[in-house]
Design a protein around this ligand. Structure first.
Ligand SMILES: N[C@@H](CCC(=O)N[C@@H](CS)C(=O)NCC(=O)O)C(=O)O
Length: 217
């Protein structure tokens, strides 16, 4: 049985959603950011830096969401153009670009949520990272001109990896200037597999506000 180690709302949601899109049967092993379970010796054997996702599958354990997505698409033969296909370089670009969104989201999460005392936080960093995140989403806005999904051939795994990041970005960036991204998110979040994944995500404990405003300096 496939077992996904997951924290609600975290990057492991990319894999949760993709497993639902692929129609795989799997168990979700829930963890929390806030109870130190990701630093237990047992968990560090699965994920050496104590991060999610980790996926137990096909007799091995994989960490790193991009690698897991590539492995799942390759072994299940779906939701990615195969090596050599015309759209493969574009697909790889979006797969890894999802981590460009991820780095800004991680910085914003640290600033707004993880650092609890006001004196630890920097409104300058919050503003800068939100702007950089908005600029990074501009690449998806441009790519979505005249198409419903990131690849011309239709929905693929990179819509889930990028879509997870764009969905979270909404808590830090207003999408008024990114109407195609907003429309794409609406399509993604109406997908039956997304709704099934949402139902298995678990109770939110990281992002509890719909929007995180930058406080006055
Ligand atoms: N590049 C890694 C990043 C994994 C990562 O940093 N995950 C976060 C959740 S979004 C995490 O587990 N953080 C827990 C911690 O840093 O203690 C991936 O995509 O799998």
């Amino acid at each position: 049985m496939i077992r996904l180690h997951h924290v609600p709302q975290a990057r492991s949601f990319r894999v949760l959603w993709l497993l639902e899109e692929l129609g795989e049967r799997f168990d979700v092993v829930p963890h929390s950011f806030f109870d130190k379970s990701l630093r237990s010796p047992e968990y560090l054997k699965l994920s050496p830096a104590g991060r999610v996702p980790a996926l137990e599958i096909d007799g091995r354990v994989l960490f790193e969401s991009g690698a897991i997505v590539e492995y799942l698409c390759e072994t299940r033969g779906r939701l990615a153009p195969p090596p050599g296909a015309e759209e493969r370089p574009e697909w790889l670009e979006w797969l890894h670009y999802s981590e460009t969104l991820g780095q800004h989201l991680a910085a914003l999460t640290q600033q707004h949520i993880v650092l609890r005392e006001d004196w630890m936080r920097s409104p300058t960093v919050m503003r800068l990272e939100a702007k950089r995140l908005q600029n990074a989403l501009g690449a998806a806005e441009a790519a979505l001109a005249g198409r419903d999904y990131l690849l011309a051939s239709g929905f693929s795994a990179v819509d889930a990896t990028m879509g997870y990041g764009a969905g979270l970005a909404r808590r830090f960036v207003r999408l008024d200037a990114l109407p195609r991204v907003a429309g794409w998110l609406g399509r993604l979040q109406a997908r039956p597999a997304y709704l099934r994944a949402q139902a298995r995500d678990g109770a939110p404990e990281i992002y509890v506000q719909p929007f995180y405003e930058v406080p006055d300096a």
